[in-house]
Write a protein that binds this ligand. Sequence first.
Ligand SMILES: *Cc1c(COP(=O)(O)O)cnc(C)c1O
Length: 303
Amino acid sequence: MQFLFHKKQIICTDISSFFDPGKNIQVFVARLDQLHPIVSGNKIFKLAYYLQACKQLPEKALLTFGGAYSNHLVATAFACKACGIAATGIVRGEEPEQWSPTLLACKEYGMNLIFVSREAYKKMAASENNKVLLEQYNDPIIVPEGGYGKQGALGASHIMDLLSQQNATHICTAVGTATTLAGLSLAADKSQEIIGIPVLKNISDIPQRLSYLTGKPVLPNIQVFPNYHEGGYAKHTKNEIDFMNRFFEKTQIPTDFVYTGKLMLAISDLVNKNYFNTGSKIICLHTGGLQGNTGLPPGTLIF
Ligand SMILES: *Cc1c(COP(=O)(O)O)cnc(C)c1O
Protein backbone atom coordinates (compact mmCIF):
# COMPACT_ATOMS: atom_id res chain seq x y z
CA MET A 1 0.00 0.00 0.00
CA GLN A 2 2.96 2.30 0.61
CA PHE A 3 3.45 2.64 -3.13
CA LEU A 4 0.20 4.59 -3.24
CA PHE A 5 1.48 7.27 -0.94
CA HIS A 6 3.26 10.40 -2.03
CA LYS A 7 4.71 10.69 1.44
CA LYS A 8 6.03 7.83 3.54
CA GLN A 9 5.56 9.58 6.82
CA ILE A 10 2.62 11.14 8.51
CA ILE A 11 3.35 14.76 9.25
CA CYS A 12 2.07 15.83 12.65
CA THR A 13 1.24 19.52 12.74
CA ASP A 14 1.50 21.14 16.16
CA ILE A 15 -1.70 23.09 16.81
CA SER A 16 -1.14 23.61 20.55
CA SER A 17 -1.18 27.38 20.01
CA PHE A 18 -4.84 27.10 18.94
CA PHE A 19 -5.61 26.44 22.60
CA ASP A 20 -5.22 28.38 25.83
CA PRO A 21 -1.52 27.98 26.85
CA GLY A 22 -2.61 27.65 30.47
CA LYS A 23 -3.96 24.16 29.70
CA ASN A 24 -0.42 22.86 29.40
CA ILE A 25 -1.18 20.19 26.82
CA GLN A 26 0.18 19.45 23.37
CA VAL A 27 -2.20 18.92 20.46
CA PHE A 28 -1.17 17.63 17.04
CA VAL A 29 -3.02 16.90 13.84
CA ALA A 30 -1.71 13.81 12.04
CA ARG A 31 -2.04 14.73 8.39
CA LEU A 32 -3.24 11.50 6.83
CA ASP A 33 -5.02 13.80 4.40
CA GLN A 34 -1.63 14.66 2.91
CA LEU A 35 -0.53 11.10 2.20
CA HIS A 36 -2.15 11.31 -1.18
CA PRO A 37 -4.29 13.96 -2.89
CA ILE A 38 -7.09 11.52 -3.76
CA VAL A 39 -6.93 8.33 -1.73
CA SER A 40 -6.33 10.47 1.29
CA GLY A 41 -6.78 9.74 4.90
CA ASN A 42 -7.87 6.48 6.45
CA LYS A 43 -9.48 4.94 3.37
CA ILE A 44 -6.34 3.59 1.77
CA PHE A 45 -5.38 1.85 5.00
CA LYS A 46 -8.80 0.19 5.23
CA LEU A 47 -8.55 -0.92 1.60
CA ALA A 48 -5.01 -2.30 1.73
CA TYR A 49 -5.78 -5.95 2.54
CA TYR A 50 -8.76 -6.08 0.21
CA LEU A 51 -6.57 -4.80 -2.63
CA GLN A 52 -3.87 -7.27 -1.76
CA ALA A 53 -6.33 -10.18 -1.83
CA CYS A 54 -7.81 -8.94 -5.07
CA LYS A 55 -4.46 -8.74 -6.82
CA GLN A 56 -3.99 -12.50 -6.17
CA LEU A 57 -7.20 -13.36 -8.01
CA PRO A 58 -7.24 -14.20 -11.71
CA GLU A 59 -10.24 -11.90 -12.28
CA LYS A 60 -8.83 -8.97 -10.32
CA ALA A 61 -12.32 -7.58 -9.83
CA LEU A 62 -13.50 -5.61 -6.82
CA LEU A 63 -16.93 -4.30 -5.95
CA THR A 64 -17.98 -1.83 -3.30
CA PHE A 65 -20.75 0.56 -2.28
CA GLY A 66 -21.20 4.24 -1.58
CA GLY A 67 -23.26 7.40 -1.90
CA ALA A 68 -22.81 10.17 -4.45
CA TYR A 69 -20.28 11.98 -2.21
CA SER A 70 -18.58 8.93 -0.73
CA ASN A 71 -14.90 9.32 0.16
CA HIS A 72 -14.67 5.54 0.22
CA LEU A 73 -15.98 5.16 -3.33
CA VAL A 74 -13.53 7.60 -4.88
CA ALA A 75 -10.60 6.23 -2.87
CA THR A 76 -11.49 2.72 -4.03
CA ALA A 77 -11.79 3.83 -7.65
CA PHE A 78 -8.37 5.44 -7.59
CA ALA A 79 -6.62 2.66 -5.66
CA CYS A 80 -8.05 0.02 -8.00
CA LYS A 81 -6.85 1.92 -11.01
CA ALA A 82 -3.37 2.13 -9.52
CA CYS A 83 -3.40 -1.63 -8.80
CA GLY A 84 -4.79 -2.74 -12.16
CA ILE A 85 -8.04 -3.92 -10.56
CA ALA A 86 -11.41 -3.65 -12.31
CA ALA A 87 -13.67 -1.77 -9.89
CA THR A 88 -17.44 -1.68 -9.72
CA GLY A 89 -19.20 0.85 -7.52
CA ILE A 90 -22.81 0.34 -6.48
CA VAL A 91 -24.16 3.85 -5.92
CA ARG A 92 -27.03 4.60 -3.53
CA GLY A 93 -30.01 6.19 -5.29
CA GLU A 94 -31.12 6.72 -8.88
CA GLU A 95 -28.67 8.26 -11.30
CA PRO A 96 -28.72 12.05 -10.77
CA GLU A 97 -29.08 14.36 -13.73
CA GLN A 98 -25.94 16.14 -12.67
CA TRP A 99 -23.21 13.87 -11.38
CA SER A 100 -21.39 14.97 -8.23
CA PRO A 101 -17.66 15.75 -8.50
CA THR A 102 -17.11 12.51 -6.54
CA LEU A 103 -18.93 10.39 -9.10
CA LEU A 104 -17.19 12.15 -11.97
CA ALA A 105 -13.84 11.38 -10.36
CA CYS A 106 -14.83 7.71 -9.87
CA LYS A 107 -15.70 7.52 -13.54
CA GLU A 108 -12.46 9.17 -14.54
CA TYR A 109 -10.57 6.45 -12.64
CA GLY A 110 -12.43 3.83 -14.62
CA MET A 111 -14.90 2.63 -12.00
CA ASN A 112 -17.99 0.96 -13.39
CA LEU A 113 -20.82 2.79 -11.62
CA ILE A 114 -24.19 1.11 -11.09
CA PHE A 115 -27.01 3.24 -9.69
CA VAL A 116 -29.60 1.40 -7.62
CA SER A 117 -32.64 2.53 -5.65
CA ARG A 118 -32.14 3.26 -1.98
CA GLU A 119 -34.11 0.16 -1.00
CA ALA A 120 -32.15 -2.15 -3.28
CA TYR A 121 -28.92 -0.54 -2.12
CA LYS A 122 -29.73 -1.17 1.51
CA LYS A 123 -30.26 -4.85 0.85
CA MET A 124 -27.17 -5.26 -1.30
CA ALA A 125 -24.85 -3.38 1.03
CA ALA A 126 -26.04 -5.37 4.03
CA SER A 127 -25.55 -8.87 2.66
CA GLU A 128 -22.11 -10.41 2.74
CA ASN A 129 -20.98 -12.33 -0.32
CA ASN A 130 -24.11 -11.58 -2.23
CA LYS A 131 -24.43 -14.38 -4.82
CA VAL A 132 -26.08 -12.21 -7.45
CA LEU A 133 -23.35 -9.58 -7.24
CA LEU A 134 -20.63 -12.24 -7.36
CA GLU A 135 -22.12 -13.79 -10.47
CA GLN A 136 -22.94 -10.55 -12.19
CA TYR A 137 -19.63 -8.78 -11.67
CA ASN A 138 -16.96 -11.40 -12.35
CA ASP A 139 -16.51 -12.89 -8.87
CA PRO A 140 -15.23 -9.71 -7.28
CA ILE A 141 -13.77 -9.21 -3.84
CA ILE A 142 -16.70 -7.46 -2.17
CA VAL A 143 -15.63 -4.62 0.08
CA PRO A 144 -18.42 -3.65 2.48
CA GLU A 145 -19.61 -0.04 2.49
CA GLY A 146 -16.97 2.19 4.06
CA GLY A 147 -14.51 -0.73 4.26
CA TYR A 148 -16.37 -2.04 7.31
CA GLY A 149 -14.81 -5.45 7.92
CA LYS A 150 -12.08 -7.30 9.76
CA GLN A 151 -9.67 -6.78 6.88
CA GLY A 152 -10.49 -3.10 6.94
CA ALA A 153 -9.76 -2.85 10.66
CA LEU A 154 -6.49 -4.71 10.25
CA GLY A 155 -5.53 -2.30 7.49
CA ALA A 156 -6.46 0.69 9.66
CA SER A 157 -4.26 -0.65 12.46
CA HIS A 158 -1.27 0.30 10.31
CA ILE A 159 -2.06 3.98 10.88
CA MET A 160 -0.58 3.41 14.32
CA ASP A 161 2.67 2.06 12.80
CA LEU A 162 3.23 5.50 11.35
CA LEU A 163 2.55 7.17 14.70
CA SER A 164 4.47 4.84 17.00
CA GLN A 165 7.36 7.29 17.52
CA GLN A 166 5.05 10.02 18.73
CA ASN A 167 4.41 8.78 22.29
CA ALA A 168 0.91 10.19 22.31
CA THR A 169 -1.26 9.88 25.39
CA HIS A 170 -4.44 10.23 23.30
CA ILE A 171 -5.29 9.33 19.70
CA CYS A 172 -8.52 10.84 18.41
CA THR A 173 -10.56 10.00 15.32
CA ALA A 174 -13.92 10.68 13.74
CA VAL A 175 -16.12 7.58 13.64
CA GLY A 176 -18.30 6.47 10.73
CA THR A 177 -18.39 2.68 10.53
CA ALA A 178 -15.95 2.42 13.51
CA THR A 179 -13.48 0.44 11.38
CA THR A 180 -10.70 2.98 11.92
CA LEU A 181 -11.44 3.11 15.64
CA ALA A 182 -11.22 -0.70 15.74
CA GLY A 183 -7.91 -0.62 13.88
CA LEU A 184 -6.45 1.91 16.29
CA SER A 185 -7.54 -0.21 19.22
CA LEU A 186 -5.78 -3.24 17.70
CA ALA A 187 -2.45 -1.45 17.58
CA ALA A 188 -2.47 1.15 20.35
CA ASP A 189 -0.52 0.76 23.53
CA LYS A 190 -2.59 -0.08 26.63
CA SER A 191 -1.56 3.20 28.20
CA GLN A 192 -2.91 5.24 25.29
CA GLU A 193 -6.47 6.46 25.28
CA ILE A 194 -8.35 6.26 22.01
CA ILE A 195 -11.11 8.80 21.52
CA GLY A 196 -13.86 8.32 18.96
CA ILE A 197 -16.24 11.05 17.80
CA PRO A 198 -19.24 9.52 15.97
CA VAL A 199 -20.56 11.57 13.07
CA LEU A 200 -23.85 9.69 13.02
CA LYS A 201 -26.71 10.57 15.28
CA ASN A 202 -27.91 7.78 17.58
CA ILE A 203 -25.21 5.29 16.73
CA SER A 204 -25.56 2.94 19.67
CA ASP A 205 -23.77 -0.21 18.57
CA ILE A 206 -20.13 0.90 18.58
CA PRO A 207 -19.08 -1.71 21.20
CA GLN A 208 -20.67 -4.49 19.11
CA ARG A 209 -18.96 -3.17 15.99
CA LEU A 210 -15.61 -3.05 17.75
CA SER A 211 -15.83 -6.60 19.05
CA TYR A 212 -16.91 -7.90 15.63
CA LEU A 213 -14.14 -6.00 13.83
CA THR A 214 -11.33 -6.89 16.21
CA GLY A 215 -12.53 -10.31 17.37
CA LYS A 216 -11.63 -9.23 20.90
CA PRO A 217 -13.37 -7.81 23.95
CA VAL A 218 -13.62 -4.02 23.77
CA LEU A 219 -10.70 -2.41 25.55
CA PRO A 220 -11.34 -0.05 28.45
CA ASN A 221 -9.07 2.61 26.94
CA ILE A 222 -11.59 3.54 24.23
CA GLN A 223 -13.77 6.57 24.92
CA VAL A 224 -16.65 7.58 22.67
CA PHE A 225 -18.29 11.03 22.84
CA PRO A 226 -21.59 10.77 20.98
CA ASN A 227 -22.81 14.36 21.18
CA TYR A 228 -20.71 16.08 18.54
CA HIS A 229 -22.53 14.93 15.38
CA GLU A 230 -23.86 18.46 14.69
CA GLY A 231 -27.15 17.22 13.28
CA GLY A 232 -25.96 13.82 12.04
CA TYR A 233 -24.36 12.20 9.05
CA ALA A 234 -23.50 14.64 6.25
CA LYS A 235 -25.39 17.38 8.12
CA HIS A 236 -23.83 20.48 9.56
CA THR A 237 -24.64 23.41 11.78
CA LYS A 238 -23.57 27.04 11.56
CA ASN A 239 -21.57 26.33 14.70
CA GLU A 240 -19.56 23.67 12.88
CA ILE A 241 -18.94 25.75 9.75
CA ASP A 242 -17.90 28.77 11.85
CA PHE A 243 -15.56 26.52 13.79
CA MET A 244 -14.04 25.04 10.62
CA ASN A 245 -13.37 28.52 9.24
CA ARG A 246 -11.89 29.73 12.53
CA PHE A 247 -9.79 26.59 12.79
CA PHE A 248 -8.45 27.14 9.29
CA GLU A 249 -7.70 30.79 9.98
CA LYS A 250 -5.62 29.90 13.03
CA THR A 251 -3.95 26.66 11.90
CA GLN A 252 -4.13 26.74 8.08
CA ILE A 253 -5.56 23.22 8.26
CA PRO A 254 -8.66 22.57 6.14
CA THR A 255 -11.21 20.12 7.56
CA ASP A 256 -14.26 18.48 6.01
CA PHE A 257 -17.78 19.02 7.32
CA VAL A 258 -18.73 15.33 7.43
CA TYR A 259 -15.92 14.02 9.64
CA THR A 260 -12.86 16.02 10.60
CA GLY A 261 -14.71 19.30 11.24
CA LYS A 262 -16.82 17.51 13.87
CA LEU A 263 -13.74 15.80 15.29
CA MET A 264 -11.79 19.02 15.78
CA LEU A 265 -14.84 20.80 17.15
CA ALA A 266 -15.24 18.00 19.69
CA ILE A 267 -11.59 17.89 20.74
CA SER A 268 -11.50 21.64 21.06
CA ASP A 269 -14.59 21.53 23.29
CA LEU A 270 -13.10 18.73 25.41
CA VAL A 271 -9.88 20.73 25.83
CA ASN A 272 -11.87 23.77 26.92
CA LYS A 273 -13.80 21.65 29.41
CA ASN A 274 -10.49 20.38 30.87
CA TYR A 275 -11.10 16.78 29.88
CA PHE A 276 -7.37 16.27 29.25
CA ASN A 277 -4.82 16.18 32.06
CA THR A 278 -1.86 18.54 32.13
CA GLY A 279 1.00 17.08 30.13
CA SER A 280 -1.24 15.20 27.68
CA LYS A 281 -0.01 14.75 24.13
CA ILE A 282 -3.07 14.51 21.94
CA ILE A 283 -2.95 13.38 18.33
CA CYS A 284 -6.04 14.02 16.20
CA LEU A 285 -6.19 12.07 12.96
CA HIS A 286 -6.92 14.13 9.91
CA THR A 287 -8.58 11.25 8.10
CA GLY A 288 -8.96 13.22 4.86
CA GLY A 289 -12.32 13.56 3.16
CA LEU A 290 -11.78 17.10 1.93
CA GLN A 291 -13.32 16.25 -1.44
CA GLY A 292 -16.65 15.93 0.42
CA ASN A 293 -16.73 19.72 0.87
CA THR A 294 -17.71 19.94 -2.81
CA GLY A 295 -21.20 19.10 -1.53
CA LEU A 296 -21.44 22.50 0.21
CA PRO A 297 -22.73 25.68 -1.46
CA PRO A 298 -19.85 27.79 -2.81
CA GLY A 299 -18.61 30.40 -0.34
CA THR A 300 -19.56 28.41 2.78
CA LEU A 301 -15.93 27.80 3.67
CA ILE A 302 -13.06 30.26 3.45
CA PHE A 303 -10.70 27.60 2.09
C1 LIG B 1 -14.68 7.34 6.16
C2 LIG B 1 -14.12 8.43 6.98
C3 LIG B 1 -14.07 8.35 8.39
C4 LIG B 1 -14.71 7.24 9.15
O1 LIG B 1 -13.97 6.09 9.21
P1 LIG B 1 -14.63 4.75 9.76
O2 LIG B 1 -13.52 3.79 9.68
O3 LIG B 1 -15.75 4.38 8.82
O4 LIG B 1 -15.14 4.98 11.12
C5 LIG B 1 -13.47 9.39 9.07
N1 LIG B 1 -12.98 10.45 8.41
C6 LIG B 1 -13.04 10.58 7.09
C7 LIG B 1 -12.53 11.81 6.45
C8 LIG B 1 -13.61 9.58 6.33
O5 LIG B 1 -13.69 9.73 4.99
